[in-house]
Design a binder for this molecule. Sequence first.
Ligand SMILES: Nc1ncnc2c1ncn2[C@@H]1O[C@H](COP(=O)(O)OP(=O)(O)OP(=O)(O)O)[C@@H](O)[C@H]1O
Ligand code: NI
Length: 424
Amino acid sequence: MATEPPVERPNRAGGRDPLLEVGGLQTQFPVERGTVEAVATADLSIEPGEIVGLVGESGSGKSVLAQSLMGMVEAPGEVVGGVVALRDSDLVREFAAAFPDAVTDVSEEDLALVRADEPAITSDAEAAATLAGPGEFVFVESRDADGDPEAGFVDVRRAPEAALQRLRGGRISMVFQDPMNSMNPTLTVGEQIAETVRLHQDVGESVSLPAELKRKIVGAAKNGEAWRRAIEMLEAVEIPEAEARADDFPHEFSGGMRQRAMIAMALSCEPDLLIADEPTTALDVTIQAQILDELTALKDAFDTSILLITHDLAVVAETCDRVNVMYAGEIVERAPADELFANPQHPYTQGLIASTPRVSNPDDEIEPIQGNVPDLIDVPYACHFAPRCPESERECFEREPDFREVGESHEAACLRRGPPGDRL
Ligand SMILES: Nc1ncnc2c1ncn2[C@@H]1O[C@H](COP(=O)(O)OP(=O)(O)OP(=O)(O)O)[C@@H](O)[C@H]1O
Ligand code: NI
């Protein structure tokens, strides 16, 4: 059997293939006054089993970025550029079989040509995506001796609704800040989780059945596998007397319990990727800490990768392996969490840490960052932080800041950083 040697892939943190590889993502909302560039351009990667943080002030584009990853941006908002690559060989095989017309084979040579043509493209996924024909979103990078897909990715950004439903049912799930808005008030907590389990097992089913019908289906299976699994999940997130509480409606749960139930629901389909947007913001500090501990434990148990979105730096410091700092629609710094807090480099990150009492040295004075997050409509300066930056020079307003190496696996998009010869 002829097996090719593994292909060396450049620009991969830690050498492991990332589960999620986001490149050049751009999301906009047309409004009367112009275009809100909520995500101006974002690159992001998450490895299997990693918790990656996304932090930044309110209005920096974190939630829109998360929605973009799930294909959930509300119209007239639109993802207008980039690639959201979910890399998994089982997934590629499954989707290649389900959507045969959407498959495109990309070779190393093709990718090399694209990269030579467009030096700004750094990831394989982004290079591959430029080769996609209309309707193609399943990218096969290599095939085995039988001709079956062996490596590749699915581009969530180009995926049609039928594919998105499949992904959301099983591969990606999301936890929101306010679970009341994302839980169905007319179904008991147990029924909702069982429903998620069942949908995952039978993804062809419609997701939008009326509550009565859902209850019938789930109720009929109350002694079945899905119901048992729902109880197990409630136990896993430490809901006391899970079996009895499964019959409660969401409003009968406390805020903390509801959030746990939401996490149970999100994990019940054993997703590869969990996107948690401010999952603990509405809760008090003790419960917040408990839930974050649970999230970490569950991540280990289910081998789920997590994107944790928060404006709370302390949460990031305690929970995340790596961190991305976002400002005004752009990611400005990324590093392992320990490294970021020990050695913040981007002036925005430095400002953010200095303005956070629990993270900065307690003896230091807390200093808020001067000024405000800009309106994201047609931001007129190259570095979005330049007007608020204590170190900005004229050139910062005119030249796009590229990412520079500023430490071990640590990059900052700031012209005033990087190797001496390169730095402004
Ligand atoms: N539906 C929409 N129409 C127009 N603009 C929008 C829409 N949704 C979001 N935006 C804009 O996109 C930008 C980013 O918003 P987003 O909610 O992603 O910020 P965030 O970082 O999640 O903030 P927070 O920490 O407050 O949740 C904001 O300027 C916001 O006004
Ligand atoms: Ni948000």
